[in-house]
Design a binder for this molecule. Structure first.
Ligand code: SAM
Length: 310
């Protein structure tokens, strides 16, 4: 499997197993418009979901420092690049929220490695939406062409090494005064998750071997693939565990049919990636809650606004 293929084999499977297709229904049940949701905030019962982009957008547009930072974009035709999507809804919501606040999101570039997701979005024929089938590490967008790069929960759906390598690309494509909106779920509270045990790197090495650990860091993203590549591994023991694959870097599996994994890094390692790529933090808003894995993981979530240091 090449690194280029990393993502989910079937976008449809991912969308359903993660409940993303339910997002708009859940929001509709609140009876509130986007404007009202931004004004009042999300109802508490929606906080605990694995946050699809639309929930995070509502949080971000309530962050005063973010609103102050984007004032400079008033009167401009904006280029907005969205990396890693599960449906078009995140990009639609970002677009609508920007328009609501008086901005002009003129071009929306949607970048994903999963072609099935992009095909679904292309079918919706939304004006000014341009789908790019590419890796977030190499988007093909021009140097200094984007006002906003939005990256929501992508870092949990690709190995940490790949996630780190997206930041030089984000820096390359952002305009000198551009901003990145990064939403992450970190590993810091994972050890407090109920009915989950942490397998340390040392124990994991004895259990599955260093070669298998290397594949979890680079190319394998579901238990079935792990079993296919390493038939002697007993995958049942891994299902409800949290595996430490490197210092401050973990993998946890879901109970969907594919048993796909998500990757988690500590906040500290994310901070290092941003600072190493010359970003400064304009704002960071944090919250925590359980997610929709079984057994649920206790997750620390952060909505972060980054500015390039020029
Ligand atoms: C959890 S989803 C993001 C969902 C998004 N927050 C939303 O609500 O629409 C992660 C997406 O990232 C994509 N992905 C994973 N690795 C990628 C990479 N290296 N480059 C681009 N897309 C990637 C996956 O295919 C998947 O569609």
């Amino acid at each position: 499997m090449s690194e280029k293929q990393i993502g989910f084999k079937s976008g449809e499977e991912f969308r359903i197993s993660n409940g993303y297709t339910e997002t708009l229904r859940k929001l509709a049940m609140t009876g509130m418009s986007l404007e009202k949701l931004i004004e009042k905030g999300l109802p508490e019962n929606l906080e605990d979901n694995t946050p699809p982009a639309v929930f995070n957008i509502i949080h971000i547009f309530r962050q005063q420092k973010f609103l102050q930072e984007i004032e400079k974009f008033k009167g401009r035709k904006l280029n907005v690049a969205v990396t890693g999507v599960s449906t078009e809804e995140g990009t639609v919501f970002l677009n609508e929220a920007l328009k609501l606040k008086g901005y002009n999101p003129h071009n929306n570039f949607i970048i994903d490695v999963d072609k099935s997701i992009l095909d679904q979005i292309s079918k919706a024929n939304i004006p000014n939406f341009h789908c790019i089938h590419a890796d977030a590490r190499n988007t093909g967008l021009e140097n200094q062409s984007q006002d906003i790069v939005f990256k929501d929960h992508l870092g949990n759906c690709c190995p940490p090494g790949i996630n780190k390598d997206t930041f030089p690309e984000i820096s390359r494509i952002l305009k000198p005064d551009g901003i990145a909106i990064i939403n992450i779920t970190t590993s810091d509270l994972l050890p407090l998750s109920k009915n989950r045990k942490i397998i340390s790197q040392q124990q994991l090495s004895q259990f599955i071997g260093s070669e298998a650990i290397e594949t979890l860091k680079s190319s394998i993203y579901d238990l079935h693939s792990l079993k296919q590549n390493f038939p002697n591994i007993d995958i049942n023991n891994l299902k409800s565990s949290i595996l430490e694959i490197a210092p401050e870097s973990f993998v946890a599996f879901s109970d969907d049919p594919q048993a796909h994994c998500e990757w988690f890094q500590s906040l500290n390692s994310h901070l290092n990636s941003w600072f190493n790529n010359e970003f400064s933090i304009i704002d960071m808003k944090s919250r925590h809650g359980t997610d929709n894995h079984q057994p649920p993981l206790l997750c620390q979530r952060h909505n972060v606004i980054l500015r390039k240091n020029v």
